[in-house]
Design a protein around this ligand. Structure first.
Ligand code: ADP
Length: 310
């Protein structure tokens, strides 16, 4: 499978590296406004190939994306001192106008996987600009938040994260919603397993895990200035699920007709991922507090989309 990556910065290059290590793509093309950066990243990743899978890694202009099955969008501009979130969003949306047009000239019907933050609104921007079939434009959303949630619950119980089934929903950001009430371990409700193991999910444990999920990015950025490895691996995992037509369930951001009473909003819910992109949504069981929190998250995202005229 040929995978293009537009934006060869921290996130784009980490995605390229993870794709090379996992062999989820057979060909990777990096494109960046800075040709020198794209070339340097492509060479560096290519030098890992003899230790990993047989993957062709190159840099190029947009024309090099011809025939790409999936294009990861990781291009973006950083926040200027004193710049509001909305002003930053408007600048990133303007960058995407050029980027999406150039991508679609090279490869007319790709799957577009949005990673640029704020990922939910950028997913909405991309869906509107690209006009591709629903399910072919989606964002990495809360895939990483869900991974953090599963890992922290797993650690508390002493059980593998793979056996923890629970999702983080809504915005990838401050208003995200941890789906505690529907979380299961194996086939059993989380609370029942926690009681059996003598590791009750007390209010303190819940607060600690919530904070660990919600504040993870802030802590990592404080320490190293960016987050890239986790999201890079998540993006490669999504591409793998597409390439193998897996039907894997992942929390990903998609423009959704209606969520918790809010219409036409891009946010994360568990989605089924396969060859054509996202093929369905699995609405999780939520309690009243979680529904209210999801409605608030959706409303906030809808308001931002309104401000951008989406
Ligand atoms: P992140 O941490 O989100 O990856 P970076 O700043 O490291 O952020 O990477 C963003 C990348 O996007 C930069 O390499 C930048 O050159 C690139 N970029 C910005 N605007 C464009 C554009 N119009 N076309 C292609 N790449 C772009």
């Amino acid at each position: 499978m040929k995978v293009g990556i537009v934006g060869a910065g921290m996130v784009g290059s980490a995605a390229g590296y993870a794709l090379a290590l996992t062999g989820a793509a057979s060909r990777i093309v990096l494109v960046d406004r800075s040709e020198a950066l794209a070339l340097a990243q492509a060479q560096d990743i290519a030098h890992a190939v003899p230790f990993a899978s047989a993957v062709a890694v190159e840099a190029g202009g947009y024309e090099a994306l011809a025939g790409a099955d999936v294009v990861i969008l990781a291009a973006g501009v950083g926040q200027k001192p004193g710049e509001s979130r909305l002003a930053l969003l408007e600048r990133n949306a303007a960058v995407f106008e050029d980027v999406i047009a150039a991508v679609l000239r090279a490869t007319p019907d790709p799957i577009l996987l949005v990673a640029t933050n704020p990922v939910d609104v950028m997913t909405h921007v991309t869906a509107k600009l690209a006009g591709l079939a629903p399910g072919r434009v989606f964002g990495s959303g809360t895939i990483l938040d869900t991974a953090r949630f599963r890992s922290l619950v797993a650690h508390h119980l002493g059980i593998a994260p793979h056996s923890i089934h629970g999702y983080v929903l809504g915005e990838h950001g401050d208003s995200e919603v941890l789906g505690w009430s529907g979380a299961r371990v194996g086939s059993e409700p989380l609370a029942s397993v926690a009681a059996q193991l003598g590791c009750a999910i007390t209010a303190d444990v819940r607060a600690r895990i919530d904070d660990g999920v919600r504040r993870a990015a802030y802590r990592i950025i404080e320490g190293k200035g960016a987050t890239n490895y986790g999201i890079g691996a998540g993006l490669a995992r999504i591409v793998q699920a597409i390439g193998r037509d897996e039907g894997a369930v992942m929390s990903l951001s998609l423009v959704t007709p209606e969520v918790a009473g809010v219409q036409n909003v891009a946010l994360s819910l568990p989605r089924v991922v396969g060859a054509g992109g996202l093929r369905s949504t699995l609405m999780p069981t939520l309690d009243a507090d979680e529904i209210a929190a999801l409605a608030a998250s959706a409303r906030m995202l809808r308001d931002t989309s309104d401000a951008l005229g989406l």
